[in-house]
Write a protein that binds this ligand. Structure first.
Ligand SMILES: [Zn+2]
Length: 193
């Protein structure tokens, strides 16, 4: 007899409960399953001015737009990171459910997701390997050294101080070692730390 969908879920839950160790591999689908969307309500609420000026229609495309100046680029990124990483503190439902299943287990997570949702849901940072970076971190753009930096304070300042789609020039993040521009710690090319 063919197993029902709910039967499959119950069986999966049971095998997690019975397991001694759990290794989790997670991609973008997990965030989408919990309700995250790059377009729609959130984009319309926070990025109307960018849509009018540059023509993109979702938050993902906005990250790849070839802005002419650093002031424009950081206006976009600081708003994007502030909204998606710091303003939203309610855990994504899919992550909370997964955490409930494994929290008392010996688990480890490998993920391509950069949205920090594992930490927000309660997963132990020491048990996470986020292979593509994290919205909450900066690195040197060169990079002249292999260190990442928490960006909360700088992101918030750029978010609140931006005007007409530009951040003030003096707020553009600079590397504390070589003085060149900082960059989001996201895997885009071989400069990723
Ligand atoms: Zn540097």
């Amino acid at each position: 007899m063919k197993e029902s969908y709910l039967g499959k879920i119950e069986r999966a839950k049971k095998s997690i409960c019975d397991a001694e160790y759990v290794l989790i591999g997670a991609g973008a689908g997990l965030s989408t399953a919990g309700g995250f969307e790059y377009s729609g309500e959130k984009f319309d609420k926070y990025f109307k001015d960018f849509e009018e000026k540059y023509g993109f229609k979702d938050m993902y495309s906005g990250g790849f737009y070839p802005y002419k100046t650093d002031e424009e680029r950081w206006a976009y990124w600081s708003r994007y990171v502030y909204i998606n990483r710091y303003l939203e503190t309610t855990p994504n439902k899919a992550y909370s459910k997964l955490f409930e299943l494994v929290k008392n287990k010996d688990y480890f997570v490998i993920t391509t997701n950069v949205d920090h949702q594992f930490q927000i849901a309660g997963f132990d940072k020491e048990k996470l390997f986020y292979t593509q970076g994290d919205y909450g971190l900066f690195q040197c753009s060169v990079p002249c050294h292999n260190k990442t930096y928490d960006n909360k304070e700088l992101i918030e300042t750029m978010y609140f101080k931006q005007k007409n789609g530009l951040v003030p020039t003096e707020l553009i993040p600079k590397c504390p070692v070589c003085g060149r521009n900082m960059e989001m710690n996201l895997r885009a090319d071989d400069r990723f730390v």
